[in-house]
Design a protein around this ligand. Structure first.
Ligand code: SF4
Ligand code: SF4
Ligand code: FES
Length: 490
């Protein structure tokens, strides 16, 4: 350990960490652009200059390891002057794009120029530009505006050091240096959009989010991606019940600073028709809108005389939903089972190791633990639901196989079919006897258990649409109704 003094505060930190990290321990921010805690140090931007007593020149904080007894100044006149000079240098060629730039509001370059920049420039209005490079699709998800680049190389190092795909590189020299992809090799790896998070300017922005919303108009909720069993930590950016984006939430033990593209853009699946009201099949075989009371009554009737019942749980359910469902179905005497589709594998890098997501659901492990020795859902899908009095499908999207017309026909052999779904276009919805509106993942509160056995909290970003309620509340309502009915008829 090393005892260092930073702006008069003595802190004890691990020997050899750099000044930026040591200052963090003293609760002091060292402005920086090119340094990133999960990438190599290149000392490219010179924004992190600090004064170290006993050293003649200012030192780059990212490239200076601390030693016991060091006295460091992050904030004094000498450093401040250098920082202003550096900002002026970086802004010589930077366009005045903030009003039309998607990075505005969360842009380090904008924030630093506001806080450490000069009001005036000594260089007039002439700026070097990159004609024709202000909206270049360099990959399926990333749009480049080279005029905004400050040549920090974070994006280049990301593709070299994290994905190992090295699609990005510097081309040309001097003031003409540009970041680009090699001909015929677009930025098309499984984590490509991460470069838009780590780019400290609006030079790289995600195609899916461009011009969708100003970032300060979004509400932000902490959650966990439900794309696979890695369970990457995310921020959900949303407004008025609509998801605009997912961004990585740093968790060194799971996803560090990253998200895969599949998970990052998985919210797009919610841009579809939702089931917003309960529906009940009438005697003349019409699946019509009902009240909750009518739907619960139909469910109650179906279970009342049923002998052979089955419930299919889903790897998308939270631990709490699975527990509520299991308690309900145990009380009914129903068999319960869960299945999950294989996926990927999707590689995700924690700070120390690669994790491999292999299941197309965030919580197969958690739900399986709740169920214990579950019934075999795969058999049911293959052999059909003949002889089953009531089949309850807790999530129509429990498996891609459930979209197959042959599988639907075989599930429909159950005498009574209850389908719980948020996706109104799912073919199972059309064949249900009772259709229950389900909640999407940003509408849920609860926990998922990831492939490491780590229980992680998801938070509700907004309430379910229409007359939908959370799935947890649905199971509670059904439970109340069923056992009320049982008590009355006893
Ligand atoms: S595009 Fe962004 S991340 Fe890449 S070098 Fe330029 S400023 Fe840095
Ligand atoms: S690795 Fe899995 S959990 Fe992580 S972002 Fe991708 S899909 Fe989501
Ligand atoms: S952060 Fe140190 S030189 Fe860029």
């Amino acid at each position: 350990m090393a005892k260092v003094t930073i702006d008069g505060n003595e802190v004890e930190v691990q020997d050899g960490i750099n000044v930026i990290e040591a200052a963090k321990a003293a609760d002091i921010h060292v402005p920086h652009f090119c340094y990133h805690p999960s990438l190599s140090v290149v000392g490219q931007c010179r924004m992190c200059l600090v004064e170290v007593e006993g050293m003649a020149k200012l030192q780059a904080g990212c490239a200076t390891p601390v030693k016991d007894g060091m006295k460091i100044h992050v904030w004094n006149d000498k450093v401040d002057k250098a920082r202003r000079g550096q900002m002026e240098f970086l802004l010589i060629n930077h366009p005045l794009d903030c009003p039309i730039c998607d990075k505005a509001g969360e842009c380090p370059l904008q924030d630093y120029s506001f806080n450490y920049g000069n009001v005036d420039s000594r260089y007039g209005e002439f700026k070097r530009t990159y004609p024709g490079m202000d909206r270049t699709a360099i990959g399926p998800h990333v749009i480049q505006n080279m005029n905004r680049c400050i040549h920090c190389t974070r994006c280049i190092r990301f593709t070299a050091e994290i994905t190992g795909t090295s699609e990005l590189a510097f081309f040309k020299r001097g003031a003409s240096t540009e970041v680009g992809v090699f001909p015929g090799t677009p930025l098309d790896n499984w984590m490509s959009a991460c470069v838009t998070d780590i780019c400290p300017t609006g030079a790289l922005t995600p195609r899916e989010f461009r011009f969708e919303s100003r970032v300060w108009n979004l509400d932000v909720t902490e959650s966990v991606c439900n794309g696979c069993d890695v369970g990457c930590n995310i921020f959900i950016g949303h407004r008025n019940g609509q998801v605009y984006r997912y961004r990585p939430r740093v968790n060194p033990d799971v996803n560090d600073h990253w998200l895969c593209d599949y998970g990052r853009f998985s919210y797009e699946q919610y841009e579809t028709d939702r089931v917003v009201v309960p529906k009940v099949r009438t005697e003349d075989d019409y699946l019509g809108i009902s009240t909750w009371d009518e739907a619960l009554e139909a469910i109650g009737r179906a279970y009342r005389d049923a002998k052979n019942t089955f419930a299919i749980l889903s790897a998308q359910m939270t631990n709490e939903e699975a527990s509520a469902a299991k308690a309900l179905f145990d009380r009914i005497g129903s068999r319960t089972g869960v299945m999950v589709d294989p996926i990927g594998p999707i590689k995700m890098k924690s700070r120390t190791e690669w994790l491999l997501g292999t299941q197309a659901g965030p919580n197969f492990r958690g739900v399986s633990k709740v169920i214990g020795d579950g019934a075999n859902v795969d058999n049911l899908l293959t052999n059909g639901a003949d002889g089953i009095d009531v089949l309850y499908i807790c999530d129509a999207l429990f498996s891609e196989r459930a979209k197959d017309p042959a599988v639907i026909a075989s599930l429909r052999k159950a005498k009574f079919l209850i389908v719980h779904s948020w996706d109104a276009n799912h073919p199972l919805c059309d064949v249900a006897d009772v259709l229950i509106p389900g909640a999407i993942h940003p509408e849920k509160e609860g926990t998922y258990t990831n492939l490491q056995g780590r229980e992680q909290q998801i938070h509700q970003a907004f309430t379910p649409k229409g007359q939908a309620i959370t799935d947890l509340d649905t199971f509670r309502r059904i439970s109340e109704r069923l056992f009320e009915l049982a008590e009355v008829s006893a």
